[in-house]
Ligand binder design. Structure first.
Ligand SMILES: [Zn+2]
Length: 503
């Protein structure tokens, strides 16, 4: 008897046993409780049967500081299976929250996103990542019996590019009357510094992720990926998504990578390759700034257009890749600093890819944070290290009003406190979004495959969902999904670390 048949037989026997229990107990139980017992027995049997799957031999996970650390190892299908299995609970929690946001903002149903995934995105993904995505579906199904298929998972992976880049492009092309006001997001504050700017002349890289709290409180995975091909990866990420997507990661050949999005970016190439796939491929296969740039440019679809901040610890060089669709620009230096807070600066990118963006309006969140980065980085030239970077990510100075207090213009963003909202990104008054977590590393840490990360606002303040929803009933639609976003401690992680056994 094969292992598979033996496991199936075990499941059937357990189910039959549970059914007998149900029959015996139906006079004393009410029918619903018995059905729940049966469901839970089937689920336990399924989980027990699949936990001996040989594909799970090399994977493990643990929680620390509010983060879920997961080690994935093997060929693409195995890495995917481990991802789906180990993060099944997190994927099943995140999927409906992301889905609700995508459907609501675009006024398109889920069938639309599945069709986009199947017809436009899937055919352009390299086979290796198709296998990984299919593996996620199989692992998820093995663990929970989930009915999500590969097009659901591809649509989930595209949540930063299809709703806010493809759909507005499509609405314009189709001249859709009454189309929703969709705008590319303004995600994140970040910098990368090197040479005389840092305390010991090594690279320092830091990033906080700006997003809705709804998505942000679920952006709590530390992926330690040991792929059969390419470089080893340590990155933060989102359940079910193959790229870091916010993005922060290092690889074993010395690349250090982060980004901030380009505000008011417009454009899409339906023949291009999905951004989430290019970003993951670049982190896995780029051993230099040139490699990284080449992979991101190959099939650029304009989705999730970012200013990439890169470092190569082997050479001490850093770079900024401003990746528009019609234009792009690469700056690089071995002695300098590049900061990002959702603004483009190359004249050609500004003109061709962000025609609406005004770089001179210092009142807006991207420009106010640009001014604050310039102040902070200049004041600290020659002293920047990881601990200072952590403080910078938590900064609450509003450079426009020249006062301290968290709002939509501070590096650590708290847009839920701001009556102005951020109209550039279509975030209305008191929008529940802002800086949801932070990460930092330097060259020495990158060499050891280490990073530090803090869940929640990098300043340590908590966001509480219940009082927020009571005060802002206009966000009642988020009630089923929105939870507290509580700050954890700054926590160190490194590749290959094992969970500390319970005492
Ligand atoms: Zn803060």
């Amino acid at each position: 008897m094969s292992d598979g048949i033996r496991r199936l037989a075990a499941v059937i026997m357990l189910v039959a046993g549970a059914a007998l229990l149900w029959l015996a107990g139906q006079h004393s139980h009410d029918a619903e409780a018995a059905r729940n017992d049966l469901d839970s027995t089937v689920a336990n049997a399924r989980e027990h049967a699949s936990s001996s799957d040989p594909r799970l031999k090399t994977t493990y996970s643990f929680e620390r500081g509010g983060w879920v650390y997961v080690h994935l190892e093997g060929d693409p299908a195995t890495i995917g299976f481990q991802h789906g299995y180990m993060l099944a609970k997190e994927i099943e929690d995140a999927f409906p929250a992301v889905q609700a946001g995508m459907v609501r903002s675009t006024q398109r149903d889920w069938a639309f996103f599945r069709q986009v995934a199947r017809e436009m995105l899937w055919p352009k993904i390299d086979p290796e990542y198709q296998q990984e995505l299919q593996g996620i579906v199989e692992g998820l199904n093995a663990r929970t019996g989930s009915q999500l298929d590969v097009y659901d998972i591809v649509a989930l992976n595209s949540f930063e590019e299809v709703p806010d880049y493809y759909v507005p492009w499509l609405n314009k092309k189709e001249k859709l009357v009454g189309a929703p006001n969709l705008k590319s997001p303004g995600n994140c504050s970040a910098f990368v510094a090197t040479g005389s700017w840092t305390k010991d002349h090594q690279i320092v890289i830091a990033h906080n992720n700006w997003t809705s709290y709804l998505n942000g409180e679920r952006w709590r995975i530390i992926f330690d990926i040991q792929p059969a091909h390419g470089y080893r990866i340590l990155m933060d990420g989102f359940p079910g998504v193959i790229a870091s997507d916010d993005d922060f990661g290092i690889n074993s050949d010395g690349l250090m990578v982060t980004e901030t999005t380009i505000t008011q970016f417009e454009g899409w190439d339906p023949n291009g390759k999905p951004e989430f796939f290019r970003a993951r491929k670049a982190l896995q296969y780029a051993g230099s700034i040139d490699d990284y740039t080449r992979i991101m440019l190959d099939g650029n679809n304009g989705g999730y257009a970012n200013d990439w901040l890169l470092g190569d610890r082997k050479t001490g060089e850093i770079a900024q890749l401003e990746l528009g669709l019609k234009a792009y620009k690469l700056w690089r230096t071995k002695d300098g600093v590049f900061a990002g807070s959702n603004w483009a600066r190359d004249p050609k990118v500004l003109k061709e890819d962000t025609p609406q963006f005004d770089p001179n309006n210092l009142e807006t969140s991207p420009n106010a944070r640009r001014v604050r980065w310039e102040q902070l980085l200049n004041e600290n030239k020659g002293r920047i290290d990881v601990s200072l970077a952590q403080q910078m990510l938590a900064d609450h100075v509003d450079s426009f009003e020249k006062k301290t207090g968290a709002n939509e213009r501070t590096l650590c963003g708290h847009v839920d406190t701001a009556a102005r909202g951020v109209s550039l990104w279509d975030w209305g008054a008191f929008y529940p979004g802002g800086a949801v977590q932070g990460k930092a590393a330097d060259s020495a840490m990158a060499k050891d495959m280490e990073l530090v990360a803090r869940l929640g606002h990098p300043c340590g303040e908590d966001f509480l969902a219940k009082p927020f929803l009571a005060a802002h009933p206009e966000f009642a639609w988020q009630e089923p999904y929105l939870r507290d976003l509580k700050a954890g401690p700054w926590t160190q992680f490194h590749s290959g670390e094992m969970p500390v056994p319970a005492k």
